[in-house]
Design a protein around this ligand. Structure first.
Ligand code: ADP
Length: 173
């Protein structure tokens, strides 16, 4: 049974996605930041920050969940990707872990669909090509073994990431 029909690539703003959960590329404090994190907090409204304050932060490579408040998505899974420090600080492992832990949380909540941004490839400086390989590998291995979530969406904001994902998908499918 192929898993490739359970993965979608969409170019756009993750705050507009109607998936059961969207994933936030947050920082360890979970108290908001720039990039996709800032956009999600702005769109969800102040109740999201109040919920995040109760979580006690999040370790790199782990994930926590809140409701989506004003977002179209019902849930937000907050995960923390690694800051790129040259490649010898377990960056690849921690990035894979951020994807995996988010998927496991989605499964625990019995969510059918989840949308990911390109974790760590903005301010955190993870090389985009390598990040995409890791993300797709982790998600596809997970889907082979699990029926939930049914659908995983890569919600891609920038053209460079979009081109990279399309190229990898054409090779993989
Ligand atoms: P990090 O600190 O994990 O690098 P950033 O938010 O700086 O997080 O960037 C992660 C990715 O999120 C980047 O590829 C960036 O293009 C993308 N991004 C920024 N805003 C949005 C948005 N509204 N929806 C989806 N992706 C976004």
């Amino acid at each position: 049974m192929t898993i490739w029909n359970r993965i979608e690539i969409i170019r756009g703003d993750i705050t507009l996605m109607t998936a059961d959960a969207i994933v936030n590329a947050a920082n360890n404090s979970l108290l908001g930041g720039g990039g996709v994190d800032g956009a999600i907090h702005r769109a969800a409204g102040p109740a999201l920050l109040s919920a995040c304050r109760t979580l006690g932060g999040c370790a790199t490579g782990e994930a926590k969940i809140t409701r989506g408040y004003r977002l179209p998505a019902k849930w937000v899974i907050h995960t923390v990707g690694p800051v790129w420090r040259g490649g010898h600080k377990k960056e690849a492992y921690l990035l894979a872990s951020a994807y995996r832990e988010s998927l496991l949380l989605a499964r625990e909540y019995e969510l059918k669909s989840i949308a990911f941004p390109n974790i760590s490839t903005g301010v955190y400086g993870f090389p985009k090509e390598m990040a995409a390989e890791i993300a797709i590998e982790e998600v596809s291995s997970y889907l082979k073994l699990n029926s939930l979530p049914e659908k995983v969406i890569f919600c891609i904001f920038d053209q460079e990431n979009f081109d990279i994902y399309q190229e990898i998908f054409q090779r993989s499918e």
